[in-house]
Write a protein that binds this ligand. Structure first.
Ligand code: BGC
Length: 256
């Protein structure tokens, strides 16, 4: 691993497990990232093995903090009690222990959307923003991070708010994976996003929405059609935010 990297970040998603050494002075990858597909049966063992391979690939030194962005609410020292998009066998597991054991060193685990939100606040689209920022990731699911005056309020799960009129869980109606599955046009999808962000706007009155996830690279195709009053901008770090935020978070926390 090259010398400018100060931390190593991993982002675990429903479709891929991505990792890279991160230069935290610049807030960018120190080397091109590696992506390995998420195993179809995404058990703790199979996912942890891939993270281990990624650390080996980059020859991550023992002294480098390792941060892992994970798609569920994470409370250090507590067992996982909710999992939407990976195998249900994660429930009841201490996620930090599983990864620390597989990696042969203490690692820090953080919710993936919280990691992305922190990265955007530190290095990206929400840099210097005061008041309430709601950073969202649109992917397999919908992740949310609430940041108030630069301070993260962790583990919000606003991708799972119940939509009115019996439409159910928001992410099952408005995530970008649903756009693909139902073959919605960007304009059709933007109508759903208008309803979703409109609800968040009504209940939280944020000062800024940041829209991340892989699809944010095409933001000009749908964000102009999201009709809400609050300022809404694409993530600057896009799909890299989870890795960068996890690496950053690992340096701000004392690993267990
Ligand atoms: C999970 C969240 C996660 C989001 C994005 C949701 O289904 O419950 O914890 O942040 O997906 O991965």
């Amino acid at each position: 691993m090259i010398a400018t990297a100060q931390a190593f970040g991993v982002d675990i998603g429903g479709s891929g497990i991505k990792a890279a050494p991160v230069d935290l002075e610049q807030g960018e990858f120190a080397e091109p990232r590696l992506k390995i597909l998420t195993p179809e049966v995404s058990t703790p063992q199979s996912v942890a093995n891939i993270v281990k391979q990624e650390l080996e690939h980059f020859e991550v030194g023992e002294d480098i903090p390792v941060g892992i962005a994970f798609p569920a609410p994470i409370k250090p020292g507590q067992k996982l009690n909710f999992m939407a998009n990976l195998d249900q066998s994660w429930i009841g597991v201490d996620v930090t222990d599983v990864f620390s054991e597989a990696c042969g060193r203490p690692v820090t685990v953080v919710n993936d959307a919280d990691a992305a939100g922190l990265a955007e606040q530190q290095f990206g689209a929400a840099e210097g923003q005061n008041g309430l920022v709601i950073a969202t990731t649109l992917g397999t699911g919908i992740g949310t991070a609430l940041i108030y005056n630069g301070v993260l309020i962790p583990n919000t799960e606003l991708g799972h708010i119940e939509l009115p009129k019996g439409k159910g869980d928001a992410e099952r109606w408005a995530a970008s994976s649903v756009k693909d599955k139902e073959d919605l046009s960007y304009k059709q999808w933007a109508k759903r996003l208008t309803k979703y962000y409109g609800l968040l706007e009504k209940y939280f009155n944020p000062d800024l929405f940041v829209v991340g996830g892989g699809v944010s690279r095409d933001s000009e195709k749908f964000l102009p059609f999201v009709k809400i009053d609050t300022k809404i901008v694409p993530a600057k770090l896009r799909n890299e935010a989870g890795i960068i935020g996890a690496a950053y978070y690992a340096t701000t926390k004392v690993s267990r």
